[in-house]
Design a protein around this ligand. Structure first.
Ligand SMILES: *Cc1c(COP(=O)(O)O)cnc(C)c1O
Length: 391
């Protein structure tokens, strides 16, 4: 089912064991194939593989069995034909975009797309003659108006920091009508709560560093889609950019994936409980959580991640608030078991130097990653920190 990387002329290599079937020595979990290369018995064996007459793994920058197991697992979860894993979410994003666009092409994306995807577009692709239009993704008509002549529609629903939703089913239809390939960053919702391929999206990308891994111990990425499009990524960028996933990290991700259906409901319930209390708090102006949205993009979400933002009132000193938190630690990233907070103020101060140009982000915005701790101690921590930070 998967179509892994193969040099020119070589067919797809099919691993005999599918997930859940027998591993070597009847091991319950897949072994870590910690090897950079795979050897050939004879010259004729090697020549046959290069000529495409037979199939064998060659080198782990291309295919590695432990990594392939992870690729197959995510493809299966997203209802995709094939997948390709990377050493980071940005590895997946950059290899996907670079496989699909050429000089003179235009990308349509949403405002408030993930910060480093924005930097990839602004600082790198612009140097290679690719232009990018940033549209209000909540407005399906505005997105549709930008589509004629575009090569790629790159979505993220909800968006980073602002949690703006897109009507991905409607946008996928509009893109298809204009012959535009669609890709979405589905890291927040995970395949448990949003399955974009079922709604007509072509490629689904995950920062596996977040919920798929789920333990704050791995940086990784993955893209899944049709065998044809993943084959294009394999042929056009994957092996040459070289951001391959390590076998050990693939193994950690396979381990993390097993508890995804247990972790996500917990993140969701705790996130909603904290969001509800913040909504009622006098020092909170607004809570940016898709649970409070009536946007059509809500309908493709079967559940919510535990990451959302809120804006504190003028009465709250943001640095004092984050410094007063004891249980919730200050740190980027999200999706792990421990709760974390990021004030938008810090990246906003770097706006120019750091290429952090964003739409409508308030310096009083704080992003919260609700982990799997008990809700009461988390809420007590937030409440005491707000109290402490009131000027
Ligand atoms: C973290 C993140 C990424 C990038 O993933 P890395 O593994 O850090 O490269 C992409 N998209 C979103 C929404 C993210 O939060």
């Amino acid at each position: 089912m998967n179509k892994p990387f193969a040099p020119e002329g070589q067919g797809a290599f099919e691993l005999p064991a599918l997930p859940g079937e027998a591993y070597p020595l009847a091991a319950a979990v897949p072994p870590i194939f910690q090897t950079s290369l795979f050897t050939f018995e004879t010259y004729e064996d090697m020549a046959a593989v290069y000529a495409g007459r037979s199939h064998q793994l060659i080198y782990s920058r291309g295919d590695n069995p432990t990594v392939m197991e992870f690729e197959r697992a995510v493809a299966a979860l997203e209802g995709a034909e094939a997948g390709r894993a990377f050493s980071s979410g940005m590895g997946a994003i950059s290899a996907t975009v670079l496989a699909l666009v050429s000089a003179g092409d235009r990308i349509v994306t949403v405002r408030n797309v993930y910060s480093d995807a924005y930097r990839l577009f602004e600082l790198m692709l612009s140097r290679f003659g690719v232009t990018v239009d940033y549209v209000d993704g909540t407005d399906a008509a505005a997105v549709a108006a930008a589509l004629p002549g575009a090569r790629l529609l790159y979505l993220e629903s909800p968006t980073s920091l602002m949690f703006e939703l897109q009507d991905i089913a409607a946008l996928a239809r509009a893109a298809r009508a204009h012959g535009v390939i669609t890709a979405i960053d589905n890291s927040w919702a995970t395949p448990l709560y949003q399955q974009p391929i079922a709604h007509g999206i072509d490629l689904v990308i995950h920062a596996a560093s977040k919920y798929l891994g789920g333990h704050s111990d791995t940086v990784a990425g993955v893209v899944v889609g049709s065998a044809e499009l993943v084959g294009r990524i394999n042929a056009q960028s994957y092996a040459y950019l070289g951001a391959k996933l390590s076998p050990f990290e693939a193994w950690l991700l396979l381990r993390g994936l097993k508890t995804l259906p247990l972790r996500m409901p917990r993140h969701m319930a705790s996130g909603q409980a904290i969001a509800a209390r913040l909504t009622a708090h006098p020092d909170v102006e607004r809570v940016l959580h898709p649970a409070y949205s009536t946007h059509p993009g809500r309908t493709t979400l079967a559940g919510f991640g535990g990451v959302f933002s809120f804006e504190v009132s003028d009465a709250i000193d943001v640095p004092a608030f984050v410094d007063a938190l004891r249980l919730i630690r200050l740190g980027v990233s999200w999706g792990g078991p421990e709760s974390l907070v990021v004030p938008a103020l810090a990246p906003l101060q770097l706006q120019k130097a750091n290429c952090f140009s964003r739409f409508g982000i308030s310096p009083r915005l704080v992003r919260l990653n609700v982990g799997i701790e008990e809700v009461e101690p988390l809420w007590a921590d937030i409440a005491q920190a707000l109290e402490h930070a009131r000027r």
